[in-house]
Design a protein around this ligand. Structure first.
Ligand code: 4NP
Length: 153
């Protein structure tokens, strides 16, 4: 079973959304996967997802209410098959921490979704509601592509 880890900065907005959306679309497709998310920052560890993230996701049918934030840990690099960063800063931090043997697992979530309209999932934390909708749009596009890819392999 493929194990995927979604990574952002705080683990309260983007990566919980990506994990929740991807898990839901994989389940709908009958694809067995193991999914988690983590933040490069430990500041919000133990917190639920941002209330705005929960609300916007819920409006599209995704339940993120059980999420609890955690910081990325060294063991994650061995434990997961794919480690997907939301933006370039997350990817830089992952590369800094990752043992060379696992570097091939690191990737931008949107790297293989050229039609998404960008390579990064922008941080919505300090912005308005449109930022949270944009996160969902990008993450849904990437998740659909990822489910199709995993189904083929
Ligand atoms: P996320 O958003 O990385 O998408 O979870 C953020 C949440 C909190 C902070 C930064 C980004 N923060 O600095 O507290």
């Amino acid at each position: 079973m493929p194990r995927l880890l979604f990574v952002c900065l705080g683990n309260i907005c983007r990566s919980p959304t990506a994990a929740g959306v991807f898990a839901a679309l994989a389940a709908k497709d009958g694809l067995a996967v193991e999914v988690e998310s983590a933040g490069t920052l430990g500041h919000h560890a133990g917190d639920g997802a941002d209330p705005r993230t929960v609300r916007h996701a819920h409006a599209r049918g995704y339940d993120l209410s059980a999420h609890r934030a955690r910081q990325l840990r060294a063991a994650d690099f061995a434990a997961f098959d794919r480690i997907l960063a939301m933006d370039e800063a997350n990817l830089t931090e992952l590369r800094r921490l990752c043992p060379p043997a696992h570097e091939g697992k690191l990737r931008l979530l949107l790297a293989d979704t050229p039609d998404a309209g960008g390579r990064e999932v922008p941080d919505p934390y300090d912005g308005g509601p449109e930022g949270f909708e944009r996160v969902l749009d990008l993450v849904e596009a990437a998740s659909r592509r990822l489910v199709a890819e995993l189904r083929r392999s």
